[in-house]
Ligand binder design. Structure first.
Ligand code: AMP
Length: 542
């Protein structure tokens, strides 16, 4: 017997319709590339996203066409999120921090037809356009009078001229909910990047799950600052969840330094912020010496790479801000787990609670996880056994765009490439990327554990642990360290700092002080690059 309820596709256009109807005056505030603060709201975003849809129709851009963006977090990018996807086209957010050759490769692979870019990227697009074979129109996200007279870019229009003349009424198409809505390429630290092609259904379901109280707890009472870029997995889905909840949105534009982010949090009354650890490092680095405090920030979600316990501590103890450690991937839209305690944990002593908070967290409804050994056998959820992490769910990738790399699934499960433990309460903890795990004497050493201990030292700004070839043990860990400005620590002091905090054989053999740890386009440490830099390094005593 079938249920007798209405059949309605889950579409991105329904999110913007809802936000306009019920939260039209909720603000959307952006620090612009121009440097000023721009104020809009959900009603204006809705109107202007319909103008975007009309502009695409006027250019005869077909349904399913890929519309690329090279843009920071801002209101125009948000309008493209809804106008492009809502009208049946596919929004392809390109990461501007990639190598230009890789960007051109991605634009060609995606067969982008229109490229919308912030003026910051004008020189980049000037260098790139000759290599983008399928792009027929370029749109600079600026006012008409800001467009350079002779940019050398063919068919270049300003955004305001392109969409500003269009009608602000539009009948969103009633698409099949499985229609593609957006495309995001993986960071591709090895080989060519691969595209994750999200659907309206997967995006709306993810938006529901991401907003739940045990996820990001997004509500109409929030003022949300997504520092995580809209070019990296749709800013973790926050634009969609914020529309669903009618939350205020605050966009930082290109100014991601500690001072700018702090000022925006304070001036706009931000209650919730989201970003990768490196961004929060810059924020705390700005606040601490100046003795600054937050007046409105209540919680922050930190993910993208492991959040050092020292950072969780600093936010909670020094600033009274709750940290939600979260884990996910481009292939997962991206949220898989968020770390929130259960009722039974509330009475635990502070250090036992801290042990839980360091983990990447529990599955949000919709995601299922398992860990397996080298033979594919499921491992127990005892918080000790570490194995390859597999996931499945309605917002997990089924296959890459254009089926690149063949079928990625194993019996319906997606191999994440992460190594993790899962405890009896379902808290998952990433111990490593499978390629970064250090194999010493037949045992595994978690590079994240080694880094977290170093990061707990007051003089350490950043730490990266990598394995070095060893004739007897196969590999031994060393830790590369960036010191905090003006603070000192010696190799011997840091090695002594590990005593009692981990098993003796897990203590790194050496400390290498470096000026900087190479970071990839999404703020993750590039250990491949670090290994290249240390190609002539020899372990002590060898
Ligand atoms: P990306 O697809 O670029 O978002 O990268 C996804 C990968 O980032 C995951 O497979 C993890 O290796 C890593 N990652 C994301 N969040 C975390 C986290 N909270 N802790 C540790 N690693 C993380």
């Amino acid at each position: 017997m079938l249920g007798l309820m209405q059949q309605q596709s889950l579409l991105i256009s329904s999110l913007i319709d809802f936000a306009e109807k019920h939260h039209g005056d909720s603000e959307v505030v952006s620090r612009r590339v121009e440097g000023d603060i721009h104020r809009s709201n959900w009603a204006q975003v809705a109107r202007r996203s319909r103008q975007v849809a009309n502009a695409l129709d006027a250019q005869n851009v077909p349904h399913g066409a890929r519309i690329a963006t090279l843009a920071w977090n801002g209101y125009r990018h948000l309008e493209l999120y809804f106008g492009v996807s809502g009208s049946g086209r596919v929004l392809h957010t390109i990461n501007p921090r990639l190598h230009p050759e890789q960007m051109a490769w991605i634009a060609n692979h995606a067969e982008d037809q229109v490229l919308c870019f912030d003026m910051t990227f004008l020189p980049l697009v000037q260098a790139l356009h000759a290599h983008c074979k399928t792009v027929t129109h370029y749109v600079a996200l600026c006012d008409a009078d800001k467009l350079p007279a002779d940019s050398g870019i063919p068919n270049l229009l300003s955004y305001e001229a392109w969409m500003g003349q269009q009608a602000d009424t539009y009948a969103w198409p009633q698409l099949d909910e499985n229609t593609a809505c957006s495309l995001c390429y993986t960071s591709g630290t090895t080989g060519n990047p691969k595209g994750a092609l999200y659907s309206h259904r997967s995006t709306v379901l993810h938006a529901y799950a991401a907003a739940l109280p045990d996820s990001m707890c997004i509500s109409a009472r929030d003022a949300i600052l997504p520092v995580v870029p809209m070019f990296h997995v749709n800013a973790w889905g926050i634009p969609y969840s914020a529309a669903m909840a009618g939350a205020k949105l605050v966009f930082p534009g290109p100014a991601l330094d500690g001072k700018s982010v702090y000022e925006l949090i304070e001036s706009e009354g931000v209650s919730f912020a989201a970003g990768v650890p490196t961004v929060w490092q810059m924020l705390l680095g700005h606040m601490k010496p100046a003795g600054l405090k937050f007046s409105t920030l209540q919680r922050t979600v930190i993910g993208g790479s492991a959040c050092p316990p020292a950072m969780i501590d600093a936010f909670r103890e020094d600033y009274g801000v709750d940290v939600l450690h979260a884990w996910g991937m481009t292939e997962m839209s991206p949220l898989g787990t968020v770390c929130t305690l259960k009722n039974k944990h509330l009475g635990l002593p502070a250090d036992a609670q801290m042990k839980l908070r360091m983990k990447q967290g529990r599955c949000i409804y919709g995601i299922d996880m398992k860990i397996v050994d080298a033979d594919g056998r499921s491992l127990p959820h005892d918080g000790k056994a570490a194995g390859d992490l597999f996931v499945k769910g309605p917002w997990v990738i089924a296959t890459y765009y254009k089926q690149e790399g063949g079928d990625p699934l194993l019996e319906g499960w997606f191999p994440t490439g992460d190594v993790a433990t899962i405890d009896a309460d379902g808290f998952m903890q990433i111990t490593d990327r499978s390629k970064d795990v250090i194999k010493s004497g037949g045992e595994w050493i978690s590079s994240i554990d080694v880094e977290n201990i170093a990061m707990g030292h007051p003089a350490v700004a950043m730490a990266a642990c990598i394995g070095m070839r060893h004739p007897k043990w196969d590999e031994r860990p060393i830790v590369c360290v960036v010191k905090k400005p003006g603070l000192e620590v010696s190799r011997e002091e840091l090695i002594a700092f590990y005593e009692g905090k981990t098993a003796k054989w897990q203590i790194p053999d050496d400390v290498v002080f470096v000026d900087a740890i190479p970071l990839g386009g999404t703020g993750k440490m590039l250990k491949t690059r670090l290994r290249e830099q240390l190609s002539h390094y020899v372990l002590p005593g060898l």
